[in-house]
Design a protein around this ligand. Structure first.
Ligand code: SAM
Length: 276
């Protein structure tokens, strides 16, 4: 009985914190998968030495510097360069030949995190001779991650791991051609960022972003519940030109979502779709 009461109290604390984040700061976690938010908040209690979730809420409302720290814990930044290499191989074979026929190309990477996916996409587009006529819009709600992405500095271990992924993705050169290593870290060649625009955009609260030819949103929808997955994929549908492509990656599927009927499947394994 006491345990049930504890659980009820914790559920209420979670509700109140999520409501406070939305009403005070317009960060909307109301339609995220609740079990994952609870796990992240339990982690936050340890990290911030808060005995309860209500203590986290008190800090959020009273300390101006606390918001980015909490957003850091609530969002999951895990990423790597050429993550799931077959995705990039499939884009190279199935999508880029069609994008090549357009006079200019707009790519939207939603939930870009610390930018490894942007670097990978820029390298892919460069190798296929498309980068010069492409603009890549890279968005996220985590401002710290976006700042990291803009700096373009990664540790050398990440680059070593990327080497293998890059090769598996069908990379035509060597990843070391795109980075310069100094003092234990690797700086990405700034010319790759010439066509990248970083921006704060939330799939939960913001609207259509750009007229895109390709949208890549991988490992983001898994943190949303069905309502928010429908909202996000609806935004993608409305942001894509007719015949535009959407890549969701192998952990997410369009199959049970509302916009499914407006897409055809290009690659079932890598969950790449084309707007009809
Ligand atoms: C696990 S990372 C995925 C990074 C990259 N796309 C990849 O597949 O490697 C998830 C990212 O989604 C972002 N995110 C979470 N909620 C979001 C929202 N409502 N709108 C946009 N991005 C969001 C997080 O901040 C995080 O950077």
């Amino acid at each position: 009985m006491a345990r049930m009461r504890d659980e009820e109290s914790q559920n209420l604390e979670v509700e109140l914190l999520i409501e406070a984040l939305f009403r005070r700061f317009n960060y909307d976690f109301r339609d995220y998968a609740r079990s994952s938010v609870v796990r992240r908040l339990q982690h936050a209690m340890t990290r911030f030495h808060c005995p309860t979730i209500s203590h986290i809420q008190a800090r959020l409302l009273n300390e101006s510097s606390f918001l980015p720290e909490l957003i850091d814990v609530l969002t999951v930044p895990t990423t790597e360069m050429f993550r799931d290499p077959t995705y990039y191989a499939s884009l190279r074979t199935n999508v880029l030949p069609i994008l090549k026929t357009y006079p200019s190309v707009r790519v939207w990477i939603a939930g870009t995190s610390t930018g490894e996916e942007v670097v990978s996409m820029a390298i892919l587009f460069k190798e296929e001779g498309l980068l010069e006529k492409t603009t890549i819009y890279a968005t996220d709600i985590n401002m710290r991650s976006l700042e990291h992405a803009q700096r373009g500095i990664y540790d050398t271990e990440a680059i070593q791991k990327a080497t293998l992924n890059y090769r598996e993705s069908g990379g035509k050169q060597s990843i070391s051609d795109y980075v310069s290593v100094a003092y234990g870290s690797a700086k990405v060649d700034p010319s790759l960022y010439k066509h990248v625009v970083f921006s704060d955009h939330s799939l939960a609260t913001d609207s259509v972003f750009t007229e895109a030819h390709l949208i890549s949103c991988r490992n983001v929808l898994i943190y949303f519940d069905r309502t928010l997955q429908n909202r996000a994929t609806g935004l993608f549908r409305d942001s894509l030109v007719r015949g535009g492509f959407m890549g969701l990656g192998n952990r997410e599927s369009l199959r049970f979502l509302e916009p499914a009927a407006q897409f055809r499947t290009v690659d079932e394994t890598n969950r790449i779709y084309q707007k009809l």
